[in-house]
Write a new protein. Sequence first.
Length: 93
Amino acid sequence: MADKLPIDAPRWPQADGKVKTSAAWLMEHSGIAKGEKLAGAQISSKHVLALSNSGSATADDIIELAKMARAKVNEKFGIKLQAEVQLIGVDLN
């Protein structure tokens, strides 16, 4: 999969032969903008990996924003981002 990334994409070879890349880089290069909003949920204006509540977001709004971000990355690069947070009773698929 790493061979399908653009040449300027960051990559870190792993001992098992796999390659890691930057989720933030993938998101930014998928057209996800800092400050982007969906209902009351928002991509942080400082860091694209952070989702926040602008004051009126429901949990569903945050989840939908996460799904949208994952879908854009998957659509552009064929990579399905894995959530690093633990979500209880929630499926982003």
